[in-house]
Design a protein around this ligand. Structure first.
Ligand code: ADP
Length: 343
């Protein structure tokens, strides 16, 4: 795929407002304090030594700030940024323009890096390690490889699943940072800052309410805020108070835990079709007519974190809290057959 197309796709993937709400500088990043502190040191050291920053891999569920870190780092360093997506780089030749365009110290951000095909991944190894690419020319007896030097650059990778990354690729990153879900106060702060950027008046308790119903994820908090703002404009005087926020989120089907209709459909499918589980994620996805990746990358991380489901060797199972959230009584624990054997 031509490079221009990829860049355009990336640009349109994020809505205007999404980019507008995204922190522009390291100092605007809320939460993720441990990750922040380590990145700050690496960036500071790279700047002091006038050397390129080492390669960094970010992993964690969607919407927690991987792209945000990847975009503020080059801005703070004052170096150019190129953005590519693992899914769009289907052959080594797709990667060549990015690598040859990379100026000294610049950043190449590859989102969804776990989706790089093996051949592209292997092509990346010498680029990451020795700032060199090996290009194969010709075929059969005439085949030869030419080495092409690159300018020292920084690769920043993002993935929702480190487990899918091969060990050789993972090990070539100098820093690996895991982004975790946000605390309530951090999310409330993000909502407050976003409201200021959107020029909407909001009360503190409304910030907390929206934060508490955002699945501990900044992207969802911002999306919920946008809806509440529309609701406040249309149904109230434009100001977001707690009752306005509550009515807006209720109308959208966001429950007090912050789950939306799709999250509840997952839990209900597990309950009604699979008797509470255990059920394989493929079977659940099939029944819901949804992609397996959507369930395992987008829905499950928060449901696991909220302890509404658990992963067992035999599949996903509702927890007691999961049953209660659906308004049903958890079943009595089954007698352990192992235990009975010894009785
Ligand atoms: P990811 O790449 O992990 O899917 P993003 O970096 O695109 O997530 O984050 C989604 C949105 O959430 C961003 O546009 C930004 O507005 C907001 N956001 C994410 N992390 C933070 C943060 N630490 N502080 C403030 N806003 C954040």
């Amino acid at each position: 795929m031509p490079r221009e197309t990829i860049l355009k796709q990336d640009a349109t993937a994020a809505t205007e407002e999404d980019r507008f709400l995204r922190p522009q500088r390291m100092t605007e990043i809320v939460g993720q304090r441990d990750v922040y502190a380590r990145i700050e040191i690496a960036v500071d050291a790279a700047r002091k030594r006038s050397e390129p920053l080492g390669h960094i891999l970010f992993d964690g569920p969607p919407g927690l700030g991987k792209t945000t870190f990847a975009t503020v780092i080059p801005r703070d360093l004052g170096v150019p940024l190129q953005i590519a997506s693992g899914a769009a780089l289907s052959a080594p030749k797709d990667l060549i323009p990015y690598l040859t365009n990379a100026s000294e110290g610049s950043v190449l951000f590859i989102d969804e890096i776990h989706r790089l095909p093996k051949a592209v991944e292997e092509f990346l190894y010498p680029a990451m390690e020795d700032f060199r690419i090996d290009i194969a020319l010709g075929e059969g007896v005439n085949a030869r490889t030419i080495n092409m030097p690159l300018k020292p650059f920084t690769l920043i990778g993002a993935t929702t699943r480190t487990g899918l990354l091969s060990a050789p690729l993972r090990d070539r990153f100098h820093m690996r940072e895991h982004l975790d879900f946000y605390a309530l106060e951090e999310l409330a702060e993000i909502v407050r800052r976003s409201a200021t950027k959107l020029r909407v008046k909001i009360s503190d308790d409304a910030c907390t309410l929206i934060a508490g119903r955002s699945r501990s994820t900044p992207r969802i908090a911002n999306n919920r805020l946008r809806w509440v703002r529309d609701y406040a404009t249309s149904r109230a005087d434009g100001e977001i108070t707690r009752p306005v926020a509550e009515a807006a989120l209720d109308m959208q089907g966001v429950d007090p835990l912050g789950l939306d209709a799709q999250d509840r459909k997952y839990l209900e499918t597990l309950l009604r079709v699979f008797g509470g589980g255990p059920a394989g994620v493929e079977a659940v996805a099939h029944t819901m007519n949804t992609a397996v990746d959507t369930l395992s990358d987008e829905l499950e991380p928060y449901l696991l974190r909220a302890e509404l489901i658990v992963r067992t060797p035999r599949g996903r199972r509702l927890t007691d809290a999961g049953y209660r959230h659906l308004g049903t009584i958890p079943p009595k624990p089954e007698p352990d057959p192992q235990q009975e054997l010894f009785e």
